[in-house]
Design a binder for this molecule. Sequence first.
Ligand SMILES: [Zn+2]
Length: 254
Amino acid sequence: MSARPYVLAECTWEALRTQRYEVALLPWGATEAHNRHLPYATDTIQAEQVAIAGAGRAWEHGARVLVLPAVPFGVQTTQREVPFCLNMNPSTQLAVLRDIVHTVAAHGVRKLVIINGHGGNEFKPIIRELQPTAGLLLALVNWWTLAQPARHFAEPGDHAGELETSVMLHLAPHITRPVSEAGPGAARPSVVRGFREGWAWTPRHWVSVTDDTGVGNPAQATREKGAAFFEAVAVQLGEFLVELAAADPAALYA
Ligand SMILES: [Zn+2]
Protein backbone atom coordinates (compact mmCIF):
# COMPACT_ATOMS: atom_id res chain seq x y z
CA MET A 1 0.00 0.00 0.00
CA SER A 2 1.27 3.49 -0.81
CA ALA A 3 2.30 5.84 1.98
CA ARG A 4 -0.79 7.94 1.21
CA PRO A 5 -3.56 5.46 0.29
CA TYR A 6 -6.00 8.40 0.26
CA VAL A 7 -4.32 10.05 -2.79
CA LEU A 8 -5.58 8.39 -5.97
CA ALA A 9 -2.64 9.53 -8.11
CA GLU A 10 -0.27 7.65 -5.77
CA CYS A 11 -2.27 4.40 -5.61
CA THR A 12 -1.75 1.22 -7.62
CA TRP A 13 -4.45 -0.89 -9.21
CA GLU A 14 -3.50 -3.68 -6.85
CA ALA A 15 -4.30 -1.49 -3.83
CA LEU A 16 -7.46 0.00 -5.30
CA ARG A 17 -9.10 -3.29 -6.30
CA THR A 18 -9.54 -4.26 -2.64
CA GLN A 19 -9.87 -0.89 -0.88
CA ARG A 20 -13.34 0.65 -0.48
CA TYR A 21 -13.82 4.41 -0.22
CA GLU A 22 -16.78 6.23 1.29
CA VAL A 23 -15.95 9.81 0.29
CA ALA A 24 -14.17 11.21 -2.78
CA LEU A 25 -12.64 14.69 -2.75
CA LEU A 26 -12.29 16.61 -5.99
CA PRO A 27 -9.94 19.60 -5.74
CA TRP A 28 -10.89 22.21 -8.32
CA GLY A 29 -8.62 25.17 -9.02
CA ALA A 30 -7.87 27.58 -11.84
CA THR A 31 -4.98 28.69 -14.00
CA GLU A 32 -4.79 32.46 -13.70
CA ALA A 33 -2.66 35.48 -12.87
CA HIS A 34 -2.12 36.15 -9.14
CA ASN A 35 -0.55 39.60 -8.84
CA ARG A 36 3.17 39.75 -9.74
CA HIS A 37 4.46 37.29 -7.16
CA LEU A 38 2.27 34.15 -7.11
CA PRO A 39 2.22 31.44 -9.80
CA TYR A 40 -0.67 30.72 -12.14
CA ALA A 41 -1.28 27.37 -10.40
CA THR A 42 -1.92 29.03 -7.01
CA ASP A 43 -5.61 28.07 -6.74
CA THR A 44 -4.96 24.51 -7.93
CA ILE A 45 -2.00 23.92 -5.59
CA GLN A 46 -3.94 25.25 -2.60
CA ALA A 47 -7.12 23.25 -3.30
CA GLU A 48 -5.16 20.04 -3.84
CA GLN A 49 -2.91 20.41 -0.79
CA VAL A 50 -5.84 21.33 1.45
CA ALA A 51 -7.75 18.27 0.20
CA ILE A 52 -4.76 15.97 0.80
CA ALA A 53 -4.04 17.39 4.26
CA GLY A 54 -7.70 17.10 5.34
CA ALA A 55 -8.00 13.60 3.88
CA GLY A 56 -4.83 12.49 5.69
CA ARG A 57 -6.23 13.54 9.04
CA ALA A 58 -9.56 11.86 8.30
CA TRP A 59 -7.79 8.66 7.22
CA GLU A 60 -5.88 8.56 10.53
CA HIS A 61 -9.28 8.57 12.24
CA GLY A 62 -10.51 5.65 10.18
CA ALA A 63 -12.50 7.50 7.50
CA ARG A 64 -12.05 6.01 4.04
CA VAL A 65 -11.58 9.05 1.83
CA LEU A 66 -9.89 9.43 -1.55
CA VAL A 67 -8.50 12.60 -3.12
CA LEU A 68 -9.00 12.65 -6.90
CA PRO A 69 -6.55 14.52 -9.17
CA ALA A 70 -7.15 18.28 -9.18
CA VAL A 71 -8.96 19.97 -12.06
CA PRO A 72 -6.75 22.94 -13.02
CA PHE A 73 -9.29 24.85 -15.17
CA GLY A 74 -11.57 27.50 -13.66
CA VAL A 75 -14.11 30.01 -14.92
CA GLN A 76 -12.15 32.99 -16.33
CA THR A 77 -14.75 34.64 -18.57
CA THR A 78 -13.91 38.14 -17.32
CA GLN A 79 -10.10 37.78 -17.56
CA ARG A 80 -9.81 37.22 -21.28
CA GLU A 81 -7.24 40.02 -21.78
CA VAL A 82 -4.85 38.47 -19.24
CA PRO A 83 -2.37 36.13 -20.97
CA PHE A 84 -3.06 32.42 -20.54
CA CYS A 85 -5.86 32.69 -17.99
CA LEU A 86 -7.36 29.40 -19.15
CA ASN A 87 -11.16 29.56 -19.18
CA MET A 88 -13.49 26.63 -18.62
CA ASN A 89 -17.14 27.67 -18.90
CA PRO A 90 -19.62 26.73 -16.15
CA SER A 91 -21.50 24.47 -18.59
CA THR A 92 -18.24 22.60 -19.36
CA GLN A 93 -17.53 22.25 -15.64
CA LEU A 94 -20.98 20.68 -15.25
CA ALA A 95 -20.17 18.14 -17.99
CA VAL A 96 -16.76 17.33 -16.48
CA LEU A 97 -18.21 16.91 -13.00
CA ARG A 98 -21.04 14.71 -14.29
CA ASP A 99 -18.58 12.28 -15.90
CA ILE A 100 -16.38 12.06 -12.80
CA VAL A 101 -19.35 11.67 -10.45
CA HIS A 102 -20.83 8.82 -12.46
CA THR A 103 -17.46 7.08 -12.61
CA VAL A 104 -16.74 7.17 -8.88
CA ALA A 105 -20.36 6.39 -7.95
CA ALA A 106 -20.07 3.17 -9.96
CA HIS A 107 -17.21 2.09 -7.67
CA GLY A 108 -19.14 2.42 -4.44
CA VAL A 109 -18.26 5.99 -3.38
CA ARG A 110 -21.31 7.40 -1.60
CA LYS A 111 -20.27 11.05 -1.22
CA LEU A 112 -18.21 13.49 -3.27
CA VAL A 113 -16.91 16.80 -1.94
CA ILE A 114 -15.58 19.48 -4.26
CA ILE A 115 -12.71 21.36 -2.61
CA ASN A 116 -12.94 24.61 -4.53
CA GLY A 117 -9.97 26.95 -4.80
CA HIS A 118 -11.26 29.69 -7.13
CA GLY A 119 -13.88 32.35 -6.44
CA GLY A 120 -15.09 32.35 -10.06
CA ASN A 121 -16.08 28.68 -9.85
CA GLU A 122 -19.75 28.61 -8.82
CA PHE A 123 -20.57 25.03 -7.99
CA LYS A 124 -23.90 25.45 -6.19
CA PRO A 125 -26.06 25.69 -9.35
CA ILE A 126 -24.05 22.85 -10.92
CA ILE A 127 -24.56 20.63 -7.87
CA ARG A 128 -28.27 21.49 -7.74
CA GLU A 129 -28.62 20.36 -11.36
CA LEU A 130 -26.56 17.16 -10.98
CA GLN A 131 -27.72 15.96 -7.55
CA PRO A 132 -31.00 14.26 -8.60
CA THR A 133 -29.19 11.89 -11.00
CA ALA A 134 -25.72 11.82 -9.39
CA GLY A 135 -26.05 8.49 -7.58
CA LEU A 136 -24.12 9.90 -4.60
CA LEU A 137 -24.25 12.88 -2.23
CA LEU A 138 -22.62 16.01 -3.66
CA ALA A 139 -21.10 18.64 -1.37
CA LEU A 140 -18.98 21.76 -1.67
CA VAL A 141 -16.25 23.36 0.45
CA ASN A 142 -14.75 26.70 -0.58
CA TRP A 143 -11.56 26.04 1.36
CA TRP A 144 -10.61 29.69 2.03
CA THR A 145 -13.75 30.12 4.17
CA LEU A 146 -12.56 27.53 6.74
CA ALA A 147 -10.77 28.30 10.03
CA GLN A 148 -11.97 31.91 10.37
CA PRO A 149 -9.43 33.77 8.19
CA ALA A 150 -9.99 37.05 10.06
CA ARG A 151 -8.39 35.45 13.15
CA HIS A 152 -5.21 34.70 11.20
CA PHE A 153 -4.78 37.70 8.91
CA ALA A 154 -4.93 41.49 9.24
CA GLU A 155 -6.49 41.70 5.75
CA PRO A 156 -7.15 38.25 4.19
CA GLY A 157 -7.88 39.75 0.72
CA ASP A 158 -9.80 38.33 -2.21
CA HIS A 159 -7.19 37.29 -4.71
CA ALA A 160 -3.40 37.01 -4.21
CA GLY A 161 -3.73 38.97 -0.96
CA GLU A 162 -2.40 38.23 2.52
CA LEU A 163 -4.20 34.88 2.92
CA GLU A 164 -3.20 33.33 -0.41
CA THR A 165 0.33 34.74 -0.32
CA SER A 166 0.92 33.40 3.21
CA VAL A 167 -0.38 29.93 2.26
CA MET A 168 1.78 29.83 -0.88
CA LEU A 169 4.87 30.90 1.12
CA HIS A 170 4.14 27.83 3.25
CA LEU A 171 3.16 25.35 0.51
CA ALA A 172 5.27 26.31 -2.50
CA PRO A 173 8.06 28.77 -1.57
CA HIS A 174 10.15 27.58 -4.53
CA ILE A 175 7.65 29.09 -7.02
CA THR A 176 6.51 32.07 -4.95
CA ARG A 177 8.30 35.39 -5.51
CA PRO A 178 9.15 37.67 -2.56
CA VAL A 179 6.30 39.88 -1.32
CA SER A 180 8.52 42.88 -2.10
CA GLU A 181 7.94 42.16 -5.82
CA ALA A 182 4.12 42.19 -5.48
CA GLY A 183 1.87 45.04 -6.53
CA PRO A 184 -0.47 46.56 -3.90
CA GLY A 185 -3.50 44.53 -5.08
CA ALA A 186 -5.67 47.65 -4.92
CA ALA A 187 -9.21 47.27 -6.31
CA ARG A 188 -11.10 50.16 -7.87
CA PRO A 189 -14.59 50.55 -6.38
CA SER A 190 -17.54 50.49 -8.78
CA VAL A 191 -19.17 53.81 -9.66
CA VAL A 192 -22.55 52.12 -9.04
CA ARG A 193 -23.58 52.09 -5.37
CA GLY A 194 -25.33 48.71 -5.42
CA PHE A 195 -22.19 46.97 -6.75
CA ARG A 196 -19.99 48.88 -4.30
CA GLU A 197 -22.11 47.82 -1.32
CA GLY A 198 -22.36 44.24 -2.54
CA TRP A 199 -26.15 43.81 -2.60
CA ALA A 200 -26.14 43.99 -6.40
CA TRP A 201 -23.72 41.87 -8.39
CA THR A 202 -22.15 41.75 -11.80
CA PRO A 203 -18.97 39.85 -12.72
CA ARG A 204 -15.88 42.02 -12.29
CA HIS A 205 -14.07 42.91 -15.53
CA TRP A 206 -10.70 42.10 -14.03
CA VAL A 207 -8.35 44.49 -15.86
CA SER A 208 -10.72 47.40 -15.13
CA VAL A 209 -10.68 46.60 -11.41
CA THR A 210 -6.96 46.03 -10.74
CA ASP A 211 -3.64 47.04 -12.33
CA ASP A 212 -1.59 44.10 -11.03
CA THR A 213 -4.26 41.34 -11.26
CA GLY A 214 -4.38 41.17 -7.44
CA VAL A 215 -7.36 42.10 -5.28
CA GLY A 216 -6.09 42.29 -1.71
CA ASN A 217 -2.88 43.62 -0.16
CA PRO A 218 -0.23 40.91 0.29
CA ALA A 219 2.21 43.16 2.24
CA GLN A 220 1.68 41.52 5.64
CA ALA A 221 1.86 37.93 4.38
CA THR A 222 4.28 35.56 6.13
CA ARG A 223 5.11 31.88 5.88
CA GLU A 224 4.32 31.42 9.59
CA LYS A 225 0.79 32.81 9.17
CA GLY A 226 0.32 30.55 6.16
CA ALA A 227 1.46 27.46 8.06
CA ALA A 228 -0.79 28.15 11.05
CA PHE A 229 -3.84 28.86 8.89
CA PHE A 230 -3.24 25.84 6.65
CA GLU A 231 -2.99 23.58 9.71
CA ALA A 232 -6.26 24.96 11.13
CA VAL A 233 -7.95 24.47 7.74
CA ALA A 234 -6.71 20.87 7.52
CA VAL A 235 -7.94 20.04 11.02
CA GLN A 236 -11.40 21.48 10.34
CA LEU A 237 -11.69 19.71 6.97
CA GLY A 238 -10.47 16.44 8.50
CA GLU A 239 -13.15 16.59 11.21
CA PHE A 240 -15.81 17.32 8.59
CA LEU A 241 -14.70 14.35 6.49
CA VAL A 242 -14.80 11.96 9.46
CA GLU A 243 -18.33 13.10 10.26
CA LEU A 244 -19.44 12.99 6.62
CA ALA A 245 -17.96 9.53 6.04
CA ALA A 246 -19.99 8.16 8.97
CA ALA A 247 -23.21 9.93 7.98
CA ASP A 248 -26.09 8.25 6.16
CA PRO A 249 -26.91 10.42 3.11
CA ALA A 250 -30.59 9.53 3.56
CA ALA A 251 -30.61 10.67 7.22
CA LEU A 252 -28.69 13.96 7.35
CA TYR A 253 -31.24 15.72 9.59
CA ALA A 254 -31.91 15.06 13.27
ZN1 LIG B 1 -6.37 32.43 -5.98
